[in-house]
Design a protein around this ligand. Structure first.
Ligand SMILES: *Cc1c(COP(=O)(O)O)cnc(C)c1O
Length: 379
């Protein structure tokens, strides 16, 4: 069976060479815009491509405002600050996520709390979140307080795993009841929709990543989106060293960050945005091929849930148990087909071992079984 899988991927990706997990494709105006950017000499934090890239991402996602950042982690960090998170506050997220989600929380000196994922979506479970808050929290003077630690729970960060949208409307309604801001980690889900609305636009803010392995790339880069004008202005300010606009003076009114996306990266982003519909169509086709292949096997393809449209950033399957998973990883990687296990639970890392958690049965189950498959666009 595993040999059949290897032959299938060789055919699907049309190569006998090494097959990576996710390689970018540059078949549009990338070189043209990069040359234009270099010729203009505006390669750094100011330039027309940054503004254009922001406009295009806002238009594509349907968000009112978009603020480009140097990477997705910076977007998350800024998003949490905009949501009012400060030192010693608490932020709830899922244990099954990329380390960047939890790092962004920690940069502020806030404490992560881990609540389980949904068996259907691999994203934060609204039921489990509600259960956790009912049991452990209460709203006092408009602030959600953790009854055990007495700290304020200021934000929830749900993450759309591999581009598969989670039930974000349910998360938002639970958070509304407890007066908690939602900052969506949509780093993996550009081109993914839930109930017809783009992921990242349900929460107070959403964060995207344009790292080299994501659906589209700027080399390194990120984007915050929001519908709140005040937040958008503040986010732009804090990500550009909090400099007050003046013809010559250097005046800064708070501690800011050098988080602005360079114009040269945005040039790449503008070209990639033009190709996004093409990329999404190709990814959908590859996902369909995988679905057909796995239909007649004991392995289960992890498909998008109802009410959702996935960008199929990374295809994933479920192995029967950890032993089978390890065997599958060994055979495929030894044969030049790159596959990877899902992340280790955040709670298993030394930094987060003592963090407060809910019951994590689904996360633990997925941790032992999920494997990502090669998902690049084939030209
Ligand atoms: C990629 C990613 C990020 C961070 O993005 P960078 O651009 O690499 O900083 C954050 N969260 C998740 C879930 C990601 O996959």
């Amino acid at each position: 069976m595993y040999q059949e899988f290897i032959s299938f991927t060789r055919e699907a990706f049309k190569t006998n060479e090494f097959i990576p997990l996710h390689a970018p494709v540059f078949t549009g105006n990338e070189k043209k815009y990069l040359n234009e950017c270099i010729d203009s000499t505006f390669v750094s934090s100011v330039g027309k491509f940054v503004d254009q890239f922001e406009d295009e991402v806002a238009k594509f996602t349907g968000a009112k405002y978009a603020i480009a950042t140097s990477n997705g982690t910076a977007a998350l960090h800024t998003g949490l600050l905009m949501a009012g998170v400060s030192q010693n506050d608490e932020v709830i997220t899922q244990p099954l996520t990329f380390i960047a989600t939890t790092n962004a929380i920690s940069y502020i000196g806030a404490k992560p709390i881990f609540v389980d994922v949904d068996k259907e979506t691999l994203g934060l479970s609204a039921e489990k979140l509600e259960h956790f808050l009912m049991k452990n929290a209460e709203v006092q003077n408009g602030v959600c307080i953790n009854k055990i630690t007495k700290r304020a729970i200021k934000a929830v960060v749900p993450m759309h795993t591999f581009g598969l949208p989670l039930k974000i409307d349910d998360i938002v309604s639970v958070c509304d009841r407890f007066n908690i801001a939602v900052v969506e980690d949509a780093a993996e889900s550009l081109g993914s929709y839930y109930k017809g609305k783009h992921t990242g636009t349900y929460g107070l803010l959403g964060a995207f990543s344009f790292n080299g392995n994501k659906t589209i790339t700027t080399g390194g880069g990120g984007m915050l989106v929001t519908n709140d004008e005040g937040i958008a202005i503040k986010a732009k300010h804090i990500t550009t060293t909090a400099k007050i606009s003046h013809p010559w003076d250097y005046k800064h009114d708070m501690i800011g960050y050098n988080y602005r996306l360079p114009n040269i990266n945005a040039a790449l982003g503008c070209a990639q945005m033009e190709k996004l519909p093409f990329i999404l169509e190709k990814k959908q086709k590859m996902a369909n091929k995988y679905k057909m292949f796995f239909k007649d096997t004991p392995l289960q393809y992890i498909d998008v849930s109802k009410d959702a449209v996935s960008n199929y950033w990374l295809n994933a399957i479920l192995l029967e148990n950890i032993k089978e998973r390890n065997f599958f990883l060994k055979i495929t990687n030894e044969n030049g087909v790159m596959t990877r296990p899902i992340w280790k639970l955040m709670t298993s890392l030394p930094m987060f071992k003592t963090s407060q958690t809910g019951n994590l049965e689904n996360s633990k189950w997925f941790e032992e079984r999920v494997v990502n498959l090669p998902s690049s666009v084939v030209i």
